[in-house]
Design a protein around this ligand. Structure first.
Ligand code: AMP
Length: 634
């Protein structure tokens, strides 16, 4: 099929003849063995893409380009935290990845073993991810902002053979030690890795445990120059696990395949991001999130683009730093989050005007709802298309956006766009399970199986949870739920209206309210607690906690309560990380619940946002909500 200029027909083909559509997209990557079957969906909802084929993510991201353009820029590292700037060509990147791969192999890491990566945004983090892909190890990157309990639960779930970490990160000029958090996590965890490979940046003390901890610089010296070939991987072999929050306290390990992921990323860079080999891609995300996996590391590199990896804040040394980077590195595609734009909006727009942004084709924003004023402001200041895109850790690449690479399309502010090729998106009536076909009618955004290539294969080691959580939440139907409310208008544009579950989104970071509740409740003073997401002008949402004390008399004064609030914040910081810290923790004598004891989080949220809490006939004791109301008013 030749790519038609008409998006509608290309999209239809991707849904009606997915085999032909994806067979053509599969040519965007290199295979060491061709596949026999494009999609095996004989056991729904488990989709197997490119069955029989063999490929390697690292080969496609690195070695493949070394063959044609060894000296072109591949990884551009900029840290305004340590004042470091370094560009690695494809050849240099391959050499660094081989060194890291040799170090991991020397530690006994082999195909199928897990490697947990807990690192700041430094080149060695990229080397580690690509090295795992090279040797067929399954990486699991844990966001550096997470702390010991979050880390320990992930260590126990993915049971890594090795961990790659560093002494510290740095944020706003302040050193954030990683090693003590990792040591604490390993003290709590049941599973122990054979080795911990540590990059010493010289930022913080890094006491080493003999027999387990390895200094990367020393190990790298011993292995530099070694050749480590790319392991041929079945298209369906897992490439990585990335944990994400859900409704329970236990994070889900989203498992991704190899071949389908590579093809989906290559197709998305072409059709959605309009990126081309030789250009530069700059995503301001972090490798700990899915955007970092897909659009800092794998996507741009697979497409032969240079990718910018930035350690630092958007406003330091000043609010022009990102635009200066766009100018200096001739960035053509930029990807960020609405929160970051809302932060920049507070600063003088001369920071944008002063930079030469002629290389930039578009700014893509995702991770949370993009409000219209923010979209308009940045669109006017930049004078470039602003392209919203909606997706999830689970899908790995955009579900909704605009495929301007296929046919230029109109932006509708407030809408992340239309369904992308391969995604058979539906709006479903939550009660009946029926499709909603009337435009502008609210329902659950769902995707008919098979999910396209690149989407999650399963929950790591838990097929039953994958099916139950994602595919059986809508009555009478086996259909993937995004757990987002949405509407579709008469022209096929979607509008996302918030989560249907207890997941909240703080500054584009997805957090489970249950995890935060469990952390606060681990303090001896707390009997029970409810955490809700409350609308915030800057961060989209912030977490608010309401806790019931075991002994209220022990915290009688305001000063006692403030002190306890500080202690509880510290507990959350130490267990989950500052990213999960609630904006406030307030104390009440009881929580609003139904007569059967179910916490009425939505009613709490409504009261916090000064909205009508809706039907409260099932509520047990109305005074509970009244207490929250008066605290909020105060
Ligand atoms: P994550 O898995 O961390 O990427 O979070 C995915 C969730 O973030 C989605 O289910 C949505 O609730 C929200 N989200 C992501 N992108 C957008 C967007 N462009 N517009 C609205 N919500 C979004």
């Amino acid at each position: 099929m030749s790519v038609s200029k008409n998006f509608e027909s290309v999209y239809r083909a991707s849904i009606e003849q997915p085999e032909a559509f994806w067979r053509e997209q599969a040519d965007l990557i290199e295979w060491s063995k061709p596949f026999d079957t494009v999609c095996d969906y004989s056991n729904p909802p488990f989709a197997k893409w490119f069955v029989g084929g063999e490929t390697n993510l690292c080969h496609n991201a690195v070695d493949r380009h070394v063959a044609h353009r060894p000296d072109d820029a591949a990884l551009i590292f900029v840290s305004t935290e340590t004042d470091t700037e370094r560009t690695y060509s494809f050849r240099e990147l391959r050499d660094e990845v081989q060194t890291m791969a040799a170090v991991l192999k020397a530690q006994g890491v082999a195909k199928g073993d897990r490697v947990l990566i807990y690192m700041p945004m430094i080149p060695e983090a990229a080397f580690a991810m690509l090295a795992c892909a090279r040797i067929g190890a399954i990486h699991s990157v844990v966001f550096g902002g997470f702390a010991s309990v979050s880390l320990a639960s992930r260590i126990d779930d993915c049971t890594p053979k090795a961990i790659v970490s560093a002494d510290a990160g740095s944020r706003g000029g302040k050193v954030v030690p990683y090693k003590p958090l990792l040591d604490e996590a390993l003290r709590i965890a049941k599973h122990q890795p054979t080795s911990v490979v540590l990059v010493n940046r010289g930022l913080s003390d890094m006491p080493m445990r003999t027999g387990r901890d390895i200094d990367y610089a020393q190990a790298a010296e011993a292995h530099r120059g070694e050749t480590v070939p790319c392991e041929p991987m079945a298209a369906t072999d897992p490439s990585y696990i990335l944990y994400t929050s859900g409704t329970t306290g236990k994070p889900k390990g989203v498992q991704r395949d190899t071949g389908g992921y590579a093809v989906a990323l290559a197709a998305s860079i072409k059709h959605i991001f309009m990126g081309q080999a030789g250009e530069t891609y700059f995503s301001t995300s972090d490798i700990g999130w899915v955007v970092g996996h897909s659009y800092i590391i794998y996507g741009p590199l697979i497409a032969g683009m240079a990718t910018v990896m930035y350690e630092g804040l958007p406003i330091r040394p000043d609010a022009g730093i990102w635009w200066q980077m766009v100018e200096k590195y001739r960035v053509s595609v930029m990807f960020s989050a609405p929160t970051a734009v809302r932060v920049l909006k507070k600063y003088d727009s001369k920071f944008i005007k002063d930079a030469d942004l002629s290389s930039l084709k578009a700014l893509f924003l995702a991770g949370e709802p993009l409000d219209e004023p923010t979209a308009r402001w940045i669109s006017e200041e930049l004078g470039k298309p602003i392209i919203d895109n909606y997706w999830q850790t689970e899908t790995g690449w955009p579900i909704l956006s605009l495929a301007n690479g296929i046919e230029p399309q109109t932006t509708k502010f407030g809408s992340p766009g239309i369904a992308m090729c391969g995604y058979n998106v539906k709006v479903i009536d939550e009660g009946t399970g029926q499709d909603i076909t009337t435009p502008n009618t609210k329902g659950v955004v769902a995707i008919e199986g098979p999910l396209p290539p690149g989407c999650m294969q399963t929950v790591w080691q838990d097929d039953a949870r994958f099916v139950k959580t994602y595919w059986e939440s809508i009555p009478g139907r086996l259909i993937y739920s995004t757990f987002d409310w949405g509407i579709r208008d008469e022209s096929g544009y979607y509008f996302i209206l918030g989560r249907t579950d207890d997941v909240i989104n703080v500054a584009g970071h997805r957090l489970g309210t249950r995890e935060i509740e469990e952390s606060i409740a681990s303090h001896k003073a707390i009997m029970e607690v409810a955490v809700v997401g409350v609308e915030d002008k800057l961060k989209g949402q912030v977490a608010m906690a309401f806790a019931v004390l075991k002994d209220a008399a022990a915290y009688a004064t305001d000063a006692d309560k403030l002190k306890l609030e500080g202690e509880l914040m510290k507990v959350v910081d130490e267990q989950l990380g500052a990213v999960a810290r609630p904006a406030r923790i307030r104390f009440v004598s009881l929580l609003p619940k139904t007569r059967s004891g179910k916490l009425l989080r939505r009613a709490i949220q409504a009261v916090c946002e000064q909205r009508d809490p809706g039907d409260l006939t099932t509520m047990d004791d109305p005074s509970a909500l009244a207490q929250i109301k008066s605290l909020v008013a105060g």
